[in-house]
Design a protein around this ligand. Structure first.
Ligand SMILES: Cc1ncc(C[n+]2csc(CCOP(=O)(O)OP(=O)(O)O)c2C)c(N)n1
Length: 791
């Protein structure tokens, strides 16, 4: 499959190789040097950094690819961005964006002269400098690549709805062993050749990881080819280690790949034919640590795993490595590449694309620049009528569905909104979307399939990694989206969430990076209503993880009913640069607030519900707090029991929509002041707090509050099975009966009346157990309970 070997003329070949040498020189310089950047004098120990950090192994291959991509960008006038899968090859992307001039435009102090070179070298992996990965600080990057596995999903996310964009995605052969990457090959079954862009994967088969060979490098070449073909790709191989031969091979192969891409796109466009094409993938088989030291201390380095990080050690401890380093640096012949002032020679600078065609300056890689506001319908129009608190709703997400449907419809022309999910858009109650759009799907369709089409606003594949990666890529290139998922299985992307939140945190402080749309999670099949799926599906722990992240980035909302959900989602879709987590129910459940009341409540994020409270304007005896739809239901049912049996008790009901309100103001911008917190929760009265998630999260958020010692939290405590909805709460002591008993335990003034009520409720719990074990459903008075009824 190798291309012919004369794509490049002699001069082109010489220059391309020189450009590659320049990038390699800058990469080694970044890893090792803090002075003497042009080697104008012999290298000394003081020129070398003390802390040697960085990854050489992947870098020369990435430099090679980048130089060749520049060539085809110019030749074919491509709109292209670069994703560095093994992004720990940070020196490569920094070197290349420096060579093309973008780096100095973004960071003028890293100028294109000797002083700038010195700073460029020193800052890398240095205190106060830049990280060693393709980090947010690096222009042109939308993918840090520190945590391996997400490059190909990110690339596809970037390509969706960008019909003229080519996303070059460098995949490490080690990275290719990860679950997320393995699933991402299938993205090609979801890409529409007419309305989407193209991903050009370049599998960097340098054979090794940190200290192991890679699987794909140790299978038969035909096996690898069959693997890629089996995943629906058309592979092109470039293999060797002689740079001059490799340049010719790579240039010929890239030309062929680009022409094939253009042929596919042209055919699809001209014939309105979206049939799934076999897109090209390039496999670059080159030595790891190519052009670096061959043998050090008697051990082979180039072409082995030993080149993964820094092949030479600190010369203060290994003085014999200093001449090796100098020889290595001089092997790139820097004097042929840079003039005396440290400027790249003009004939080399000319090889880089111009303006925004430079991959470091492509606006798609700074998505906020391209971000357009969503057209939003007025969410009030979707309100559920709540003439009286407690009316039965149809399922909160089913009310949200038409709102999202209209968001999709109103932004169909802009093509900048998508809904992602593993396989649950319908079952999560968002089926209204299919009134106006389809699931994007470019594999075969059979009679009886529903809502599948080559282009559509809904993206579903049974891989949470894939959904998350696609959505991140989509957002990072300036679009909007929602990820709907089971609450328990969102944990699959815990680590991806971590990385995205880190990206947002760092990029928020880079003035040249524009803010992007928030990543919105809608967790609709939540812990309390997984009674039918059982214990495996019951896990609210994602909230605990999200809470670890920087306050300026994360938001958690638990709307208690449909009108609150509408208000919250409207806000989330308008917000920027956050991760919003919204937990909502999909089953019929009581509705509490009119739309006006819901907006007021959600705007405050936490408030007293006076209509449910008996302490009107006066100090309460007890605060019944709740957060989450099911805890709210159980709390109100508990309050109705208290009201009936202990009518003189002064009860205050507090509902929390915005979990961040509980934190101290100093910790989170949404946090209540101590005064406001005390006003709601008192300084000395018992608080019975019914919470959606694990109870300790509430303690974690409130441990500094005056009344913390009196806050008694009920939540999920890892009890569950296939059972009835109400029994889920009973198993975790979150049910109305336990909440009442908890209150009585902390209210000695309830005396004998309280003791009798506790006994009565204990009997009710026994009745409940007997009833569900006999009938397989909850007692009628539980199923049919409404606010205002006797319990
Ligand atoms: C998910 C994840 N696991 C482990 C690591 C640690 N790690 C860093 S580099 C590397 C090997 C990468 O090999 P490959 O993808 O082939 O990249 P290259 O050889 O080009 O450096 C590993 C395991 C990581 N960064 N991410």
């Amino acid at each position: 499959m190798n291309a012919g070997s004369t794509t490049l003329g002699n001069e082109q070949l010489r220059l391309l190789d020189a450009y590659w040498r320049a990038a390699n020189y800058l990469s080694v310089g970044q890893i090792y040097l803090r002075d003497n950047p042009l080697l104008k004098r012999p290298l000394t120990i003081t020129d070398v950094k003390r802390m040697l950090l960085g990854h050489w192994g992947t870098t020369p291959g990435q430099n090679f690819i980048y130089a060749h991509l520049n060539r085809v960008i110019n030749k074919f006038n491509l709109d292209m961005i670069y994703i560095s899968g093994p992004g720990h090859g940070g020196p490569a992307v920094v070197a290349n964006t420096y060579l093309e001039g973008t780096y100095s435009e973004v960071y003028p102090h890293i100028s294109q002269d000797e002083a700038g070179l010195r700073r460029l070298f020193t800052q890398f992996s240095f205190p106060g400098g830049i990280p060693s990965h393709a980090s947010p600080e690096c222009p042109g990057s939308i993918h840090e690549g520190g945590e391996l596995g997400y490059s190909l999903s990110h690339a596809f996310g970037a390509a969706f709805d960008n019909p003229n964009l080519v996303v070059a995605c460098i995949i490490g052969d080690g990275e290719a062993e990860t679950g997320p990457l393995a699933t991402a090959w299938h993205s090609n079954k979801f890409l529409d050749p007419i309305t989407d862009g193209v991903v050009l994967p370049i599998l960097h088969l340098n054979g090794y990881k940190i200290s192991n060979p890679t699987v794909l490098a140790r299978i038969e070449p035909e096996e690898l080819e069959q693997f890629l073909r089996g995943c629906g790709w058309s592979p092109y191989f470039v293999e060797g280690d002689d740079p001059m031969v490799m340049h010719q091979l790579m240039a010929g192969t890239m030309d062929r790949a680009v022409k094939e891409i253009q042929r596919i796109k042209g055919h699809a466009r001209d014939h309105h034919d979206s049939m799934r094409p076999r897109w090209p993938v390039i496999v670059l088989k080159s030595p790891k640590g190519w052009t670096g030291p061959k043998v050090v201390d008697g051990q082979q380095i180039e072409g082995t795993f030993r080149s993964h990080q820094v092949p030479l050690s600190d010369p203060t401890t290994h003085p014999e490595h200093l001449p090796l380093l100098e020889a290595w640096l001089r092997s790139y012949r820097p004097q042929e590449l840079f003039d005396d002032q440290g400027r790249l020679k003009p004939e080399l600078a000319e090889l880089a694309p111009m303006g925004t065609r430079r991959m470091g300056a492509n606006p798609h890689a700074n998505g906020g620049l391209l971000l357009r506001d969503l057209q939003m319908p007025d969410f009030h129009a979707y309100a559920t009528a709540v003439p009286t608190p407690g009316v039965r709703g149809n399922g909160d997400t089913r009310v949200l569905g038409p709102f999202l449907r209209d968001v999709a419809k109103m932004n169909d022309d802009q093509r900048n909104f998508r809904v992602f999910g593993p396989d649950e858009t319908l079952s999560n109650g968002l089926g209204a979307l299919f009134e106006v759009t389809t699931r994007q799907w470019d594999a075969a369709v059979k009679a009886g399939d529903e809502w599948l089409a080559p282009t559509g606003r809904v993206m579903e594949m049974l891989s949470e990694h894939q959904c998350e990666g696609w959505l991140e890529g989509y957002l990072l290139t300036g679009r909007h989206g929602v990820f709907n998922c089971y609450e328990a299985f969102i944990h699959i992307v815990d680590s991806m969430f971590n990385q995205h939140a880190k990206w947002l945190k760092v990029s928020a402080h880079l003035p040249w990076r524009r803010k992007i749309a928030s990543l919105n999670y809608l967790l609709a099949s939540h812990v309390w209503r997984q009674d039918h799926n059982g214990f495996t599906h019951q896990d609210p722990g994602f909230l605990d993880l999200v809470m670890n992240k920087k306050a300026e980035i994360v938001r958690i909302y638990l709307p208690p009913d449909a009108n609150c959900l509408l208000s919250v989602m409207d806000h989330c879709l308008r917000s920027r640069h956050y991760v919003n987590v919204v937990i909502a129910g999909k089953h019929p459940a009581p509705q509490w607030l009119t739309m006006d009341a819901a907006v007021a409540h959600c705007t405050k994020g936490i408030s007293i519900w006076p209509w449910a409270s008996t302490a009107q304007g006066e100090d309460p005896d007890v605060v019944m707090a709740c957060c989450g739809d099911v805890p709210t239901l159980e709390t109100l049912a508990a309050v109705s029991i208290l009201r009936e049996h202990l009518p003189t008790l002064r009860i205050r009901v507090v509902n929390v929509v915005n979990l961040m309100k509980l934190q101290p103001q100093a910790e989170h911008p949404h946090g209540l002041s101590d005064q406001d917190f005390d006003d709601l929760f008192t300084t000395d009265k018992p608080v019975i707090f019914a919470f959606h998630g694990y109870p300790w999260l509430i303690h974690r958020l409130t441990y500094r509050r005056t009344n913390h010692d009196n806050i008694h939290v009920r939540g999920y405590k890892e009890e569950g099975t296939i059972t009835t909805p109400f029994d889920m709460t009973v198993l975790n002591d979150l049910d109305r009966f336990h909440l009442v008993m908890d209150a009585i335990d902390r209210l000695p003034q309830t005396g004998d009346q309280g003791r009798r009520l506790k006994l009565h409720l204990a009997e009710r719990l026994c009745e409940h157990r007997l009833y569900i074990n006999t009938h397989g459903e909850d007692m009628p008075e539980i199923r049919n309970w409404t606010w205002g009824d006797r319990p």
